[in-house]
Design a binder for this molecule. Structure first.
Ligand SMILES: C[S@@+](CC[C@H](N)C(=O)[O-])C[C@H]1O[C@@H](n2cnc3c(N)ncnc32)[C@H](O)[C@@H]1O
Length: 296
């Protein structure tokens, strides 16, 4: 059996009791370590679980899954995923390969907390979120803004947008590669401030280009909520305009950003304003542009 086990969001103790029992008795234990990370290192997990763990990077999971699935039709293999295994990740692929395997490999999933629901701690109603989008690191010649039309679609419906931020682990260093050397860059995690900055830049670029490309959905005075390390003791939530949040340092990863929808309800506003960098400004903008007004 392949057990796909969610680890939750913060540390080694967020695994469920059921999950831990399986980890303790499984033949092999893998940790998927590229779509999200816990706030603790592998050795802390190993000490708590009493098991050694094999790190499964993207290459292993996507191109060498046979090594993970080997023998899983007869023995138990545990595949650990940070957060919830089927939330904002692509592990349906691994489960599908189990079905297609001959003989078929039975699978079982153990769900856990996910950023998709933990974000409710901001006070924004999960009923009022539209499609989730991802923000990748802008590079010198590559500044993809495919997130923009999706944010616009959500905004047209008055809905909030959860923006998940880029994680780069085990990326080959391109300069070294040109010299024939295979070395990895240090891991990089996008901050909420970097995300806000990129959004403002895209809005500005669109405003300066052909008419109609800029809609204001990522303008300086759009209200948003930045979150860091949700679910951990040191979690942080800060609300403000995109311009304000581009200046906020929320500390260690992981971070996410929520862009507030026009229909932000009074009850949501009351909750969120407690996290505001500048409460007066937050209130003023909410009353002027939001407060259930619908599309502007
Ligand atoms: C690809 S998603 C993986 C989601 C995971 N499977 C889950 O269910 O939460 C990873 C992104 O979610 C966000 N994220 C995950 N955990 C977080 C946390 N505890 N606090 C804030 N953001 C988090 C970050 O933006 C991170 O880059």
């Amino acid at each position: 059996m392949l057990y796909i086990i969610g680890l939750g969001l913060a540390d080694e103790r967020d695994i469920s009791v059921k999950g831990l029992e399986i980890v303790k008795r499984a033949e092999r234990v893998y940790l998927e370590a590229y779509t999200a990370v816990l706030l603790v290192d592998k050795d802390v997990l190993e000490a708590y679980y009493g098991r050694s763990i094999i790190i499964a990077d993207r290459e292993t999971v996507e191109s060498q899954s046979d090594s993970i699935l080997a023998g899983a039709d007869t023995v138990d293999v545990a595949f650990l995923v940070v957060g919830d295994p089927f939330s904002a990740t692509t592990h349906a692929d691994l489960a599908l390969r189990c079905r297609q395997n001959s003989p078929q490999i039975p699978t079982r999933t153990l769900p856990n907390a996910s950023i998709l629901t933990a974000v409710g701690a901001t006070g924004l109603s999960l009923y009022s979120f539209g499609q989730t989008v991802s923000m990748v690191f802008y590079e010198e010649n590559w500044r993809p803004d495919s997130w923009y039309p999706k944010v616009k679609e959500n905004a047209d419906l008055g809905l909030h947008t959860l923006i998940l931020l880029d994680i780069k682990v085990k990326e080959p260093n391109l300069k070294a590669l040109e010299r024939g050397k295979y070395v990895f860059d240090p891991p990089r995690f996008m901050t909420a401030a970097q995300c806000a900055e990129q959004m403002l830049e895209t809005e500005e670029t669109r405003a300066a280009s052909e008419e109609g490309k800029s809609t204001g959905v990522a303008g300086k005075e759009r209200l948003a909520v930045a979150v860091a390390r949700l679910g951990s003791e040191g979690e942080k939530i800060v609300a403000g305009t995109l311009e304000e949040l581009a200046q906020q340092d929320l500390g260690k990863p992981l971070h996410s950003l929520v862009l507030c929808g026009w229909k932000m309800h009074e009850m949501e506003w009351e909750f969120v304003r407690d996290f505001a960098v500048d409460r007066e400004k937050f209130d003023e903008i909410w009353k002027r542009d939001y407060a259930g007004k619908g599309v502007q």
